[in-house]
Write a protein that binds this ligand. Structure first.
Ligand code: ZN
Length: 491
């Protein structure tokens, strides 16, 4: 080793040590300012708003919001464990009358997934505690009043499904030493390495504990959680009570989930070359001269997408699947799209939804490498305006864009005129036997579907809903119109 390289190495070591010392000083100063030094646990309360990720009524709009009043979160940093509770007031997913409901989130030491644990470590206090224990690094950004320390650390556990360490980046105000913002990243089947960005402002003081009066969080760039914090308590005496969920009703929760093993993929032949694929969210497979077309190619998760593809190939052998018509962009209907993308299936969607899928299905997915990441495939699209016809001269599948559907913009339905079959999602779910007739927004959506199908002159007797009725059976036009008393059934 020459003295020159030795000098360079010593300088690097010195720089690294100085960086580590900086981080230690920054975290120490911030912990003192925030009142974290003797903080073993915390509780805070206020009015919150949660947003339903991936369920927006238009792919390029914010997530729908739900108020969470009387929001209380308690955190025990030692275990670590946390519990949040709130009271909600919302209409049912079917759009029926609003009712008071209870929200709760219980995070126990056994629940190691980052999706839960991050709730503890992205808080300003949890961030500093984690940074002090996990070899954080520090740098600065900005200038003047906007100058911030940027502190980065990774928890020893958990690791992501792909074996990557998770990362937290906190921004600490250089003038106040208070935590302004914490970023982390979480795996998501649509958004890939999803950015979770939480900002803290309007700090107040409670016997030396600093707490932000306002919390604003975004996920994948849109608001995902807001809270106006009205009060906070350091080391609350009632911590155990706050962390303990109420006892489950006798004979209730605790046993194996009802129904036993998850349903197996299966299929039902509706007509020559037309199969309804069951065992989860329903898909429709249609045989053409030299290929297969799928309606709803990637719902629920990657495994369901793979199962639908395998079943379509089993019932229609030796033909490639060329098209996959995506009913709409909602997360439960698209969280398995990695499967058809990796299979090289062209996704059929609207222009607006194409922009959304193009952005997210090509985003980095390092935390949980899915079939897209493993195959290196890019999604391919064909778009539908009002109508698009797929035909080989014999088979005909018309794809129509629905109008005036409150549930989602850009909803597509597939109509097979020769077979009298319509495949669709989320406009009409068969009510459970003996359920009260739908009212309000629920009935409104049924009427909107009937208006669309009558406007388009569909002649059908078989409805294939992506959400199968329970118990599962074919749904007819008569079943559908029976939910709209007084409305004449078109011939
Ligand atoms: Zn939906």
């Amino acid at each position: 080793m020459t003295s020159k390289t030795f000098g360079a190495l010593a300088l690097m070591l010195f720089a690294a040590t100085a960086g580590a010392q900086d981080a230690k000083t920054v975290i120490g100063n911030s912990s003192r300012a925030m009142g974290v030094d003797n903080l073993a646990s915390v509780s805070y309360f206020g009015a919150a708003t949660a947003y339903n990720l991936g369920q927006n009524s238009n792919a390029n709009n914010p997530w729908p919001r739900q108020n969470q009043n009387d929001y209380v979160r308690a955190i025990d940093f030692a275990q670590p464990a946390s519990r949040a509770t709130a009271t909600t007031y919302a209409m049912t997913p079917q759009g029926n009358a609003a009712a008071i409901g209870q929200f709760q989130q219980n995070i126990t030491p056994a629940q190691a997934a980052w999706a839960q644990q991050l709730e503890i470590w992205i808080t300003p206090w949890g961030f500093l505690k984690g940074a002090a224990a996990n070899n954080a690094t520090s740098r600065t950004t900005g200038s003047g009043a906007n100058r911030q320390y940027v502190v980065t650390w990774s928890p020893a556990a958990p690791k992501s499904p792909g074996g990557q360490p998770y990362k937290l980046v906190g921004y600490i105000n250089t003038q106040t030493n208070l935590v302004d913002r914490v970023e982390t990243w979480l795996e998501h089947p649509i958004f890939g390495d999803m950015h979770v960005d939480t900002r803290y402002s309007g700090y107040r003081d409670s016997y030396g504990l600093k707490f932000p009066a306002e919390i604003r969080q975004t996920r994948a760039g849109w608001p995902s959680f807001d809270m106006f914090v009205q009060g906070a308590t350091a080391n609350p005496a009632n911590l155990q009570a706050l962390l303990t969920p109420p006892a489950a009703p006798a004979g209730g929760a605790g046993g194996p989930p009802p129904g036993g093993a998850p349903p197996q993929v299966g299929s039902e032949k509706l007509a020559e070359g037309v199969y309804r694929i069951t065992g989860g969210y329903v898909a429709l497979a249609v045989e053409f001269a030299d290929h297969i077309l799928l309606f709803e190619p990637g719902p629920q998760n990657e495994a369901r997408g793979m199962a639908i593809i395998a079943e379509a190939k089993r019932v229609i052998p030796n033909k490639p699947i060329r098209y996959g018509i995506v009913s709409h962009h909602h997360a439960d209907h698209t969280s398995g799209l990695a499967a058809p993308v990796a299979e090289g299936i062209t996704l059929v969607t609207t222009e607006a939804n194409k922009a959304y899928f193009q952005k997210w299905l090509t985003s980095p997915r390092t935390l949980a490498p899915d079939a897209i990441a493993k195959s290196g495939k890019k999604p391919a699209f064909e778009t539908v305006g009002d109508k698009r016809v797929f035909t080989d001269g014999n088979r005909v599948v018309e794809v129509h864009q629905m109008q005036g559907i409150a549930h989602a913009d850009g909803l597509l339905a597939a109509y097979l005129p020769k077979e009298g079959i319509v495949a669709y999602a989320d406009m009409f779910n068969m009510p459970a036997p003996n359920a009260p007739p739908p009212v309000g927004a629920g009935l409104f959506t049924h009427i909107a579907m009937a208006d669309n199908f009558e406007r388009l002159g569909f002649k059908y007797n078989t409805l294939v809903s992506v959400h199968a009725p329970n118990p599962d059976r074919p749904i007819t036009k008569a079943d559908f119109y029976a939910t709209m008393p007084g409305r004449p059934v078109p011939q």
